[in-house]
Each structure stands twice: as structure tokens, then as C-alpha cells.
Design a protein around this ligand. Structure first.
Ligand code: ATP
Length: 306
């Protein structure tokens, strides 16, 4: 597929009798921030390890940056990855750790090292040994290592683990800058779904080793939209007006509140109808449900179908 950074074709993985991945296919396109969502043991890390060559592909195929088996190593040199706990040499400082990575990747410009340190906000810690960094600072060092060689594609397995609230916000901004300013395509997993929702452009839901759903952020928002929550002085009268106008999915919650289901409800039109009929409109709010709700409902529908 044109513009595909990663194509996973019918990949399966067994550990002994355990089927960790079961015919997984997915495509990540240039510019995507692709979020892999799944329960503990769903197979997220296994998939990421296979993409990065840490675990062999025995069934199916993976095409990375246009390269498959023969030139896969070449493609790997154009990606960055932080999988599981970021590895760092404890006795080396932040800058020394990055220098080592720079040598391994053939990065020769000192400025690249300083840029990476600055980008992840570790300038004040550049001369501190890795063993003396906090968990969140180690995560940042891992990210600096992964982005040092300006990868086209970045793979991050639970990168937000251990970050404090400020760190999480900063990390979100870092990812956004990497994606928008440096055109880095990103594959990310996390259990903090509220964060994933804020950074991702597409979601892939992995459940017991199978992709059960792929959805763009826009489609998820549309599907997730719970309609409108309307606050008025007289909910019964408002309901009559909207019903007479042919609006569907009306529900009166109490004397002052009613809801309109579905994404089709247009707040401006509803407001106009009510005001013209003499109903005082206190507020109209688009109801949205969270990625957590979406995920929970998706899993429930899977369980029901079984
Ligand atoms: P988490 O959210 O907990 O990190 P995950 O989705 O990343 O979970 P994986 O680490 O990919 O899950 O594990 C998927 C399944 O495969 C688990 O049941 C795990 O026990 C099993 N597994 C992974 N690696 C091995 C291995 N080397 N040998 C045997 N089983 C393994």
C-alpha cells in the first residue's frame, strides 16, 4: 500500500502451546500515531518485538518501510524503539549513553546529541549517571536514544509508565512535536487510555492475540458521540417542540434536562427550534464518551458474540 510505513500480514506467534498472536494484519501509514490498545497479555509487546527484529517471524510477513525479509536490517536502521524498560548503561552519564548510541547509529554530529537531550528535557541532567536518574528521567533517556538518529518510525511500548503528571503532559507534547514537526510516524501502546486518546490518530484493538477492531480517531469520535445534552427551563415543552420537528432519540431526564441521541443532532438547529418556541435554553453540550468506554463496550460486544 502506498504510504505504508508498516504492513503486518497475517502474523501469528506461538510460545509452546500458547497462541500469543493469531493472524494479525494491520497497516500503519506515514504520519499516523497508531495506538495499540489491549489487556495485559494481549500480545502488544510480542508484536512490537517482532517488528523490531527482537523476536523472529515464523508465520506471516512484516514489511517495514518498504523492506521485507531480505533488506529488513536496512529498514531497522531507520526506526527508533523503546520496548519494555529502556536500556541504559548505569555507569555512563546521559550524554555518554547517547554518545554510545550515536556511534552505533553512525551519528557524527555532537549537535544531534545535544538536540536529543534538549528535546526530551534532560539538559539539566546531561552529566548525571543513568543509575541516578528517576524512573521518568530514564524513560526520557530511552526516548532520547530512540530519536537520536532521526527515525522515520518510532515504536514506543508503554512509554508513559512511571511519568509524573507533568511528565505525562510534556511527553504528550513531545510526541506531538515529533509527529508534526519531524514527520515521525509513531506506534505506541499504553494502558492510560485517556492519554492514548489525546495523542493517537488511529487505534488498533488487540484482544487475545487478535486485532478485533481498527478505527481512526475521527471515526471513533463519530461512533462515540453520545448526542446532545440540553438544559432548558421546561424540558417537557422542549421535548414536544423537538418531537414535532421530527427529531429522533429524545429522552427527558428531569424537568430541566433532556438528551438527543446520535451524532446527527445539530446543536444550532436544536437551539433555534427551542428559542423560536419560547423555551429558554440554558445550555447545549455535545456528550462524548471516553476511549475507556469505547474499549469496554467493544470488549463486551466481543464477549456477547462468543
Ligand atoms: P502487557 O500489557 O501486560 O504488557 P502485552 O499485550 O504486551 O501485555 P505480551 O507481553 O505481548 O502482552 O504477551 C502476550 C502473551 O504471550 C502473554 O500471555 C505472555 O505470557 C506470552 N509470552 C510473551 N513472551 C513469551 C515467551 N518468551 N515465552 C512464553 N510466553 C510468552
Amino acid at each position: 500500500m502506498e504510504n505504508a510505513v508498516l504492513t503486518i500480514q497475517d502474523v501469528s506467534k506461538r510460545f509452546g502451546h500458547y497462541q500469543a498472536l493469531d493472524h494479525v494484519s494491520l497497516t500503519i501509514r506515514r504520519g499516523d500515531v497508531y495506538a495499540l490498545v489491549g489487556e495485559n497479555g494481549a500480545g502488544k509487546t510480542t508484536l512490537m518485538r517482532m517488528i523490531t527484529g527482537l523476536s523472529p517471524i515464523s508465520q506471516g510477513a512484516i514489511v517495514l518501510l518498504g523492506e521485507n525479509a531480505r533488506h529488513y536490517q536496512m529498514a531497522l536502521s531507520r526506526i527508533g524503539a523503546v520496548i519494555e524498560t529502556p536500556a541504559a548503561f548505569d555507569k555512563l552519564t546521559v550524554a555518554q549513553n547517547l554518545r554510545l548510541t550515536a556511534i552505533q547509529h553512525g551519528v557524527t554530529r555532537d549537535a544531534d546529541i545535544e538536540d536529543a537531550i534538549g528535546f526530551v528535557g534532560l539538559t539539566a541532567k546531561r552529566d548525571v549517571k543513568a543509575k541516578n536518574l528517576s524512573l521518568g528521567q530514564r524513560q526520557r533517556l530511552g526516548l532520547a536514544t530512540a530519536i537520536l538518529a532521526h527515525p522515520d518510525f518510532l515504536i514506543l511500548d508503554e512509554p508513559i509508565n512511571g511519568l509524573d503528571p507533568t511528565g505525562i503532559v510534556e511527553f504528550r507534547e513531545l510526541l506531538h512535536r515529533l509527529n508534526v514537526e519531524k514527520q515521525t510516524t509513531i506506534l505506541i501502546s499504553s494502558h492510560i487510555l485517556s492519554e492514548l486518546y489525546q495523542v493517537a490518530t488511529r487505534f488498533g484493538f488487540l484482544h487475545h492475540g487478535t486485532i478485533i477492531k481498527e478505527v481512526t480517531r475521527a471515526a471513533l469520535d463519530a461512533e462515540n458521540s453520545g448526542g446532545l445534552q440540553v438544559t432548558v427551563d421546561d424540558a417537557a415543552k422542549a421535548a414536544q417542540v423537538l418531537d414535532a420537528a421530527g427529531l429522533k432519540g429524545l429522552h427527558v431526564s428531569d424537568d430541566q434536562h433532556l438528551t438527543l441521541a446520535g451524532a446527527a443532532a445539530d446543536s444550532a438547529a436544536v437551539n433555534r427550534l427551542l428559542v423560536q418556541a419560547g423555551v429558554a435554553v440554558v445550555g447545549i453540550r455535545v456528550r462524548t464518551t471516553s476511549l475507556e468506554d469505547y474499549y469496554t463496550r467493544l470488549l463486551a460486544s466481543k464477549e456477547d458474540a462468543q
